[in-house]
Design a protein around this ligand. Sequence first.
Ligand code: V47
Length: 717
Amino acid sequence: MRSINEISESIRRGERLAAEDALKLWREAPLWLLGELASERKEQVSGKEVYYNRNVHLEPTNICLFNCEFCSFRRREGDKDAWYMSLDDIEARAMELRGADITEVHIVGGVHPKHDLDTYCAMIRRVKRALPHVTVKAYTAVEIFYMIRNDGISVVEGLRRLKEAGMECIPGGGAEIFDATLRKKICPEKCSSEEWLAVHRAAHNMGIPTNCTMLYGHIETLEQRIDHLERLRSLQDEAPGFDAFIPLKYHSHGNRLSQVGECSVEEDLRTIAMSRLFLDNIPHIKAYWVSYGKATTEMALAFGADDIDGTIGDTTKIYSMAGGVERPSMSVEELESMVESVGFTPIERDSHYNRVERNANTNVDAPNLEIKVEAPKPHSVSEKIDTMTTKSNTTKPKATTTTSKPKSSGNNKKAKRSNKKSGFIGFLRRFPVIANIFYIGIFGIITLVAVYVGLIVGTRHGKIIEVPNFMGMSIEDAEGVALKSDLNLIVRDSIFDVDLPGGTIVDQLPKTSTVREVTVKPGRKIYVTVNAYTRRMVNIPYVAKQTLRQALNQIERSGLTVSRLVYEADMTSTDYVIKQKVDNREILPTTERKAPVGTGVTLHVSYQHEEQNTQTPRLVGLSLQQAKNTLWDNGLNLAKVIYDDSVEDLIARRKARVYKQSSKIGTSLRRGSEVTLYLTCDENLADSMSVIAAEEIKELEKQRRKALEEREAKEQE
Ligand code: V47
């Protein structure tokens, strides 16, 4: 076995650290040496630079199928503090972020039983629709693996769909600890380590960058940590694509591992340094400030970290629910001064570690979405190491107490008069110190009441307004209603529907509901979509010679629609567009043509004989447009649309949802077949049919898994 000196020398020569040496270093090397070695490595990779970005998290739900021992975030459906954001909620949230000057939305949440790949893709599309220039970093490999398996498709196909929807990179969550025995103890229901790695491998091979993490400081051993790092390092050798590694310190509040407590700050620093030294092929090591708090994050920069994550804007609950920073939010100035205070140069990066250049006048504050956390005064790194305690000191805003000098009561006349008075007043005059405490108390109460009243009046706190139903109104009428209701109407989009008069509102966010009152605060923005007065002309894109899905995406983006999928037998491919026609005329690459928005394009698509059939997808619960997209995605056509009596007019049609489909979910159909859809505005009916549909999908999945197991068992025989 080599000595610490020999190992250090070998590291300095740039040699790769072996597992055995790493274990010795981790256990025995003095903290200062780890800091020195890791800093030298960091300096070779990123010099004096330390990266941050302007980001928010979006956690669509905390309802999760998996029940991990370390998790404080997860709730069951029906729990009083469970939350769930519909696609509309997600889009509305993204719309609110439009002015926030962020470059990244990080989406991750619970694995919700009703979410399938389409839902996950739709979430990304909704975010991108509201924030087209923002990078979507979405879904842990655990979520991705779950949705892909549920849809019965390959990892590559699933990632391709997510990428097409707008996912640009994948966060590192869900890795926890790879050791199978430990994984079984702390997160038995999650995908296996091999499956987690397979998702990241496939992503890297497809050019999708990802991050990786390790949840440490609970019941794992050092050997298990090193094994975890080794698997990440091997994958990066085999299929490079990890941008950053994030060691995630376990937080013990409110979960079933609480009794193990939290590891020391020294252990945090050792882990960061060892990660930098061991992962010689992953460029960035991130000290996630939301987990560490500011003090440890600053120190982490002297132990090899070169990224601190971003502004966050109080948008993540995973850590605050586990006892991390309570309302995590930092302005750009705070992040930069934190980095500068320990001698490094802060660099704003985008999601791919490119430097973001800004004009001086646009370099304003980060999204000021919620309350900001108080910044502690910066100390030097050495000072911090000296004062390190054995337990974690995650930063939390401290309560401050104010003292004020008691006022002098040295007025003789008054004193004499007070002596004459009896009762409470007399008592106060005789005991000036008690009197002063009493007056300060009264003053405090009056101030509190004044602030409270001021807040109520100033923020119109407590006042709520029922959102009016603007659908079907003319834009002029709607503006009048909005004004009266103290709401702010914003035209977000326009469509063209020949059947409706120009200027009619066809959609709104937030929507109203027939089953519950939708309320908002005064002044809230209501986004509306209006039917245009004239039909815009748009370019017809050339979509032949690409996959059906790519073609569908381009057609949707151009403002056109699909009129029909015509399948043609082919020897080599399935779901590949052979040619396209508009008004029965073939469009060629050289044809420069425009068509009125909403014009239908006929796509001629290939199928191989053995892939002649496709499965009927779930359409129940979807709007007509969503259902059409799903049908086309699955190689099927729409036959008829039948509305029930609850759909009273043309506007109501836009709100209606599918409650019945002519072909049962999972039925095998010839590609190009037609499916009839039945739509309703009765939300109770649509919801109850959706629940039944979700059950059917679960049942199908069970049957498919059973069939697969039987086949595998037979093959083994
Ligand atoms: O996978 C859950 C961890 C992760 C606890 O890729 C906990 O840039 C500590 O992955 N104590 C989700 N950790 C967060 C995550 C992440 C965060 C920031 C940036 C990036 C990135 C990724 O949080 C989970 C799990 O490992 N976690 N509960 C807890 N009690």
